[in-house]
Design a protein around this ligand. Sequence first.
Ligand SMILES: [Zn+2]
Ligand SMILES: [Zn+2]
Length: 361
Amino acid sequence: MRAAVLKSPKNLMLLDLPEPSSPPGGALIRVEACAVCGTDIKMLDQGHRDLQYPRILGHEVVGRIEEIDPEAKAGCHPELKAGELVQLWPGIACGCCPACLQGADNRCQKMRIIGFSCDGGFAERLALPRQSLSCSINPLPEGADPVLFTLTEPLACCINGQEQARLSEGESVLIWGGGPIGALHALLAELKGAEKILVAERLPGRIGEIRRNTSAQVIDLSPDDRDGDGRDLFREAESTILSETDGRGVDAILTATPEIKINQWQMSLLAPGGRICLFSGPRPGDDVEMLDLRSMHYLEQTITGSYGCSSRHNRLAARLLLSGQIKADWIITKRTDLPRIEEAFAHSSRRAGFKSVVCFA
Ligand SMILES: [Zn+2]
Ligand SMILES: [Zn+2]
């Protein structure tokens, strides 16, 4: 089969590989669509903590069951059969550690991840091991658009991030970054009933799309002639944030770009009781800023993190897309096929549009 294999950072190759076989107790999936994630770009550029080489990347996968072990049908979806269209939660969790038993299977101590520590969806076929079958497979109705449902996993990650940030109805939220993840966060915050949604973004194309497709107010960080280095823009952003929240600051901040640092200035944008969620992985060295712990104490502020999503978040995200409660098709701005996967990666890393998807059908 044809597959895109990352041999080492910056070394992505299109190869002919032997067809994988359906593992005992598992399933074989024929991939229909797999989206490029910001994490895939990071892996291509510089590697990743959870990545083992050589690797077929791709963890935002929709495909069709080609083979399934009859014994596997005892899992969550006993009705699963060959030919069915499915979306995959990329985690392969043990199912029996304390995190798994508490339903936080994205924190599984023995976690493996499709596209990170085992082969992913930038290939014609993908083998799902036995452990995957209990909670990884989300059946989709026939006729569902495989490309749209590649957004399930990133949306699920946003659900996790907003849960960690404890964002609730009537609150205000600031989202740093208006890329695909910032856009999904904005749609989700809208659905949660957040009263004020601010998205800070610097690329004009993305600013326009966020304004057109969400109810978020965009803080325009695109540099102009008056300002080369962006510093004044952050001052302007600060005054917008404070004036939009009657000087209180926002209830929650979500980072949807690694370009923003957590420092005392960032804390000053938070209301009393406010929460910052480190959704985007901070860059190495970005974790050394001193914070005023006394003010965190008096204002009862929290900094939290979120990484990936649990299988529960994934199921919920699929439901939100299926029901049309989240309308996200505008986030897909590039479709290509496997031989042109580099175009899909280039579209994402250039940040010209939003999300690119490799299609196999
Ligand atoms: Zn992803
Ligand atoms: Zn576990």
